[in-house]
Design a protein around this ligand. Structure first.
Ligand code: ATP
Ligand code: MG
Length: 324
């Protein structure tokens, strides 16, 4: 009989540290550069002030697996692409405005949802972070026919433990400086780059479905993230696969909010036929079924996120427009 737990070569330094620090070490792995002061924990740095437009970064993470995080991340990227083209058709005709980054190097599925080949490799992710600049990042990107740029690597077992965290963060910095909108698809398990990626985001969407394990995990993750992110980044729970008119003996919204101990930010309907058709066609839902209930719900969610992430300068510009 195999006994994995007794293997002598498994290193457990993180857990053998001082008990007071053990919990935080599990969340934020030791990192010499930023360890001294909690204010200096790794963050995705925003693009420099010289950039005309400040990048918006939205992160999506599942409370548990299979709740539809990648489907939603891809659909959000598609709707944002559509909106930016409508807003400025000439400028955005050829340029990609939205980049989706798959931060799960072990079981990410953005490339499958969009049926594209990954341009980034496991070796690139393990390489020197100082090598990452705009031109190399461009070489790592792949662009889908509908204009969404994708930064993703092929799945390799154990890759999440082996990639160079600083290289991952350097890539995030680089795409943030290149695109007005960056969508992050985070793995459900906490990784060394999760804190920096979430902390550098303007919005965090935590997805769950209407099942007890998923609601409990969402509540626990939301509480922990609220503690970590303070009030600097809105972190909201999104209920996916919700059947509005269900006659089955399922949980109700009121049960969900009681289990979550917070209000739901948004709901997306259960629509397995369109979501599966989209995945099998390598397209976002909105591109093949623009009038489906799922596409409509996701557009509503997009408007909600845009309203909570509006920067002060955007609001000021709108005020000036209204005043004139
Ligand atoms: N609103 C929805 N209604 C019905 N099915 C959905 C919905 N959203 C996603 N799905 C289906 O759920 C399955 C999982 O979707 P997806 O890959 O997006 O989940 P995930 O949370 O990213 O999974 P993982 O944890 O593996 O990353 C897919 O078959 C997808 O079609
Ligand atoms: Mg996924």
């Amino acid at each position: 009989m195999k006994t994995f737990s007794r293997r002598k070569d498994v290193k457990r330094e993180v857990w053998s540290e001082d008990k007071r620090n053990a919990e935080i070490d599990l969340i934020i792995p030791p990192c010499e550069q930023w360890h001294a002061d909690s204010k200096d924990l790794p963050q995705v740095r925003k693009p420099s002030a010289s950039n005309e437009q400040q990048s918006q970064c939205w992160a999506f993470m599942g409370a548990i697996g299979g709740v539809g995080t990648t489907t939603l991340a891809v659909q959000m990227a598609y709707e944002l692409t559509k909106q930016s083209r409508l807003a400025d058709p000439l400028k955005h005709k050829s340029e990609s405005q939205i980049c989706i980054v798959d931060l799960d190097f072990e079981s990410g599925s953005c490339i499958h949802h969009l049926d594209i080949e990954p341009a980034l490799s496991h070796d690139d992710l393990s390489g020197d972070p100082l090598r990452i600049d705009r031109s190399i990042t461009e070489a790592f990107l792949n662009t889908h026919d509908n204009g969404i740029s994708v930064l993703a690597a092929p799945n390799v077992m154990g890759a999440n433990a082996h990639v160079n965290t600083q290289t991952v963060l350097a890539l995030l910095d680089s795409v943030s400086a290149m695109f007005p909108y960056v969508i992050l698809d985070l793995p459900k398990q906490w990784q060394a780059w999760s804190y920096a990626a979430l902390g550098g985001s303007d919005f965090v969407g935590l997805l769950c479905d209407l099942t007890i394990p998923s609601l409990h995990m969402a509540r626990s993750k939301k509480e922990q993230l609220a503690e970590l992110l303070k009030s600097e980044t809105p972190c909201e729970v999104i209920l996916n696969k919700y059947e509005r008119r269900s006659f089955k003996n399922t949980l109700q919204l009121v049960d969900a909010e009681m289990a979550l101990q917070c209000e739901l930010f948004s709901m997306l309907c259960e629509d397995s036929s369109v979501t599966q058709e989209a995945i099998n066609c390598g397209q976002p839902v909105g591109s093949i079924r623009a009038n489906s209930r799922y596409a409509k719900d996701s557009r509503k969610l997009l408007e909600q996120i845009l309203s909570v992430t509006k920067t002060e300068s955007q609001s000021e510009k709108e005020m000036v427009k209204i005043a004139s």
